[in-house]
Design a protein around this ligand. Structure first.
Ligand SMILES: C[S@@+](CC[C@H](N)C(=O)[O-])C[C@H]1O[C@@H](n2cnc3c(N)ncnc32)[C@H](O)[C@@H]1O
Length: 352
């Protein structure tokens, strides 16, 4: 009779050497997948409590952290052990300090602070428990906040603020991969509170921008841009519904950042037709968002696609070939792909 544990037999069948009772790498892999929701929540709570910003100033003893967080003995010790196990904290003597990982990504005010992304994914925590319903019913299942598709004022603000907070990376990265020096006027379709417009006009002193978004979102954009009066002079805010009306005229470059992946193909083609109609010959449409890799390994954008299945009616991350076909259907040609950051790419199409 075989007394080996089942996991070890599985690992051996996958051709992995199993020594003693230690977890093999593939067992660890499957264990991490089955407990991933723990770690996501743990990370979100630790960031919400802002523990890493506090520890960044000075390492703390167990008693100090317990008093700072207002926790009882058992939960505090469990919490800190779990953070040690994730290698977000380190312990030397009786002092806890941030690991390099936490110090880089989890401290407020740092360039690479990931708080807004962590908060965004955490808002989908409850929706994830309805993944099966999303799969079988093919409809959004988010319960925490309504996505902007059912745009009551409050929900627009909650969703749009999350988008605004997570827009720093894609907005900062875009001009590193595309030179806007030849553009005179850029239209940012679905531009949110205007972070990209602001980034572009600050880097190109002659450039003008038009921000086009829903009226409720434009009100928030106005408030945000008021903080930068000299730059905001070159940004026109155009409230409207991009499905209900044509795009504002006068831009030679149109940008859609994290917009097309929200919509089913027929709606995306409708947006591309409007972009084509609004551009002069030689004008360009730039799409910056997550794209799946071509071939059998779609990459991490496939997980973002799952997120879109949970929260949007018909959205998904597409491959370059898929988006190019939609662009060509609307009349664009010379379509090229420029990988930018992580799973983001820039797709550029020309009206020839
Ligand atoms: C995923 S967010 C992206 C925002 C911004 N481009 C960014 O990357 O942070 C999509 C944007 O499209 C806007 N939007 C959605 N439906 C719209 C519509 N019918 N007309 C105009 N804008 C719309 C939303 O308000 C939101 O700002």
């Amino acid at each position: 009779m075989n007394h080996r544990r089942p996991g070890a037999q599985g690992a051996e069948r996958l051709g992995m050497e199993v020594r003693g009772e230690a977890f093999s790498p593939c067992e660890k892999n499957i264990f991490q997948m089955m407990t991933g929701f723990f770690t996501a929540k743990l990370l979100a709570v630790a960031v919400e409590l802002d523990l890493f910003t506090w520890l960044s100033e000075k390492p703390g003893s167990f008693a100090e952290i317990k008093a700072h967080l207002g926790l009882a003995e058992r939960p505090c010790s469990t919490f800190l052990d779990a953070l040690l196990s994730l290698t977000l904290l380190e312990k030397k003597g009786n002092l806890y300090r941030n690991s390099q990982l936490a110090e880089t990504f989890l401290v407020q005010g740092r360039l690479d602070f990931q708080g807004p992304h962590i908060r965004f994914f955490d808002t989908l925590y409850l929706a994830c428990s309805n993944l099966k319903a999303a799969l079988f019913e093919n409809r959004p299942v988010n319960q925490d906040y309504t996505y902007f598709f059912e745009a009551a004022d409050r929900e627009v603000t909650c969703y749009s603020t999350l988008m605004h907070d997570t827009s720093i990376f894609p907005a900062m990265v875009l001009p590193q991969y595309w030179d806007f020096a030849e553009s005179r006027r850029v239209l940012d379709v679905g531009g949110g509170y205007g972070r990209l417009c602001l980034t572009l006009v600050s880097q190109y002193p002659e450039l003008e921008a038009i921000l086009f978004d829903l009226p409720e979102v434009c009100k928030k954009a106005q408030e945000f841009l008021c903080n930068y009066p000299s730059l905001a002079e070159r940004i026109d805010i155009h409230p409207g519904d991009f499905f209900g009306e044509g795009f504002p005229e006068g831009a030679d470059t149109i940008v859609m950042m994290r917009v097309t992946h929200d919509w089913p193909p027929e709606r995306v083609v409708a947006l591309f037709h409007k972009a084509f109609a609004a551009l002069p010959r030689g004008g360009r449409l730039l799409i910056h968002e997550a794209f799946k890799d071509q071939g059998p390994h779609p990459g991490d954008a496939a997980l973002i696609s799952l997120l879109l299945l949970l929260i949007s009616p018909g959205g998904e991350c597409r491959t370059f070939v898929e988006i190019r076909a939609l662009l060509q259907e609307a009349g664009f040609s010379r379509v090229e792909l420029i990988p930018t950051i992580y799973f983001y790419s820039l797709v550029v199409a020309e009206k020839c």
